[in-house]
Design a protein around this ligand. Structure first.
Ligand code: XLS
Ligand code: NI
Ligand code: NI
Length: 440
């Protein structure tokens, strides 16, 4: 954090100052070493900053160009700039006090004129990342490859009708896995990008999904070959940029993984705003993946109820992070995954300090969610109410059905004897909701 070269001069290490903190550049709830359910907060939450939004986001939108003021973006040579940007990124990560970051190959290093040149550029930047990782102890949560920006991926990458787009993507992912391994990355993420379609008339969906599976198998095989032990993740998103994407939601992705024999190798990376685009809440996605044994990692952000697209805002809603942390604790936590802020400051929030406000707010919102969820689990009131709702299943008949010793015939005999089923009890949704509000 050398003084003269500081990009975020005047901002020091963000500290935990408790709910009564005076400064807005302080944590009110995220106390990294405070123990919750036997583990420090930092190990529950495993926060990561996404390189693409924090350090490559310009604020451009379909109606206007970038707005972000980033005084350090002043190097004419793109590779030199990429290396310099790593210093800025690590200054930010260190001051924020997060343990992890995530990147796409093309966010950290510029694309060259040829594949070989792009690989060389990446190696130069990875040298810089490695040095800073060693200096600070900050780690890579996961790496990924950008298989969606280049025109060569206009029809998708692994699902492109152009075989050489597939081949190029394979080469790109091979390299991305290698650098992720070199940086000790805890995981590697596949997000579909443009793996989907705009029009079914011109699309061979079966062939495309077969190709996607082939592609993922090649990645798994290569990881095995080079001894990469990181967790693979598949990140659901139903649409945008394509009208339909093959990684629609957790259930669709898990079905895909099982159909193609990938279920032992790949878990879910679930993103809040993608869940809402699919017509779900993130709690649904976490529960679904958790109950199926596919809970991997989280891309944390939030959408806007009035804007129907992937706005990638920073999470500020404690009710939502409580729901998330309740499910995450229930299924045994995220490690080796974590909570990656796949979120961007608004186009109107263009000053460097806004990056701090955004991440501090997100971290505090999750820390509160964690504390509340742990309190709910500690006294077990909600759990008890859920068990009461299912009490009939703990009687002799329920036990026999769950044990698999009943059949349609035996159940028919039982109900013919009784004449009718016992009356149902109230669902008590309002009571549940009121109980939850007593913790907030
Ligand atoms: C885009 C995705 C993307 C992935 C990584 O909507 O969220 O950022 O997380 O490729
Ligand atoms: Ni994401
Ligand atoms: Ni997204």
């Amino acid at each position: 954090m050398a003084g003269a070269h500081e990009a975020f001069a005047g901002i020091g290490r963000i500290k935990y100052e408790g709910p009564a903190a005076k400064s807005m550049l302080a944590f009110r709830h995220y106390d990294a070493d405070a123990v919750v359910e036997g583990k420090p907060m930092k190990d529950h939450l495993r926060f990561a900053v996404s390189y693409w939004h924090a350090f490559r986001g310009t604020g451009a939108d379909p109606f206007g160009p970038g707005t972000m003021l980033r005084p350090w973006e002043n190097e004419a040579d793109p590779l030199k700039m990429a290396v310099k940007r790593v210093d800025v990124a690590f200054e930010f990560l260190e001051k924020l006090g997060v343990g992890f970051y995530c990147f796409h190959d093309r966010d950290v290093a510029p694309e060259g004129a040829t594949l070989a040149e792009s690989n060389k550029n990446l190696d130069v930047v990875v040298d810089a990342l490695e040095k800073h990782q060693q200096r600070t102890g900050i780690k890579l949560l996961w790496g990924t490859a950008n298989l969606f920006s280049s025109p060569r991926y206009v029809h998708g990458a692994a699902t492109s009708p152009n075989v050489e787009s597939f081949a190029y993507a394979a080469a790109q992912v091979k390299k991305a896995i290698e650098v992720t391994q070199r940086l000790g990355g805890a995981g590697y993420t596949f997000w579909g990008g443009r793996e989907g379609y705009q029009c079914l008339w011109n699309t061979d969906m079966k062939r495309e999904t077969d190709h996607l599976a082939k592609f993922m198998h090649m990645a798994v095989d290569y990881a095995k070959e080079i001894g990469f032990k990181g967790q693979f993740y598949f990140e659901p998103k139903p649409r945008e940029p394509m009208k339909h994407q093959y990684d629609f939601d957790a259930a669709t992705c898990i079905n895909f993984l099982r159909t193609y024999g990938l279920e032992k190798h790949v878990k879910m990376n679930l993103e809040t705003n993608h869940a809402t685009l699919a017509g779900h809440e993130i709690q649904h996605e976490l529960e679904y993946a958790g109950m199926q044994g596919f809970l991997g990692s989280v891309d944390a952000n939030t959408g806007d109820t009035l804007v129907g697209w992937d706005t990638d805002q920073f999470p500020t809603n404690v009710y939502m992070t409580t729901q998330m942390m309740y499910s995450i604790l229930k299924y045994g936590g995220l490690a080796p995954g974590g909570i990656n802020f796949d979120a961007k400051v608004r186009r109107e929030s263009f000053e460097p300090v806004d990056l701090f406000h955004a991440h501090i707010g997100g971290m505090d919102t999750f820390a509160r969610g964690l504390k509340i969820a742990a309190a709910m689990r500690a006294d077990g009131a909600i759990q008890k109410l859920v068990e009461e709702r299912y009490a009939s299943w703990s009687g002799p008949l329920g036990k026999r059905i769950e044990a698999g010793t009943e059949s349609f015939k035996s159940l028919e005999a039982e109900m013919l004897k009784k004449g009718d089923s016992a009356a149902c009890t109230s669902g008590r949704q309002e009571l549940f909701e009121n109980v939850i509000n007593t913790y907030l």
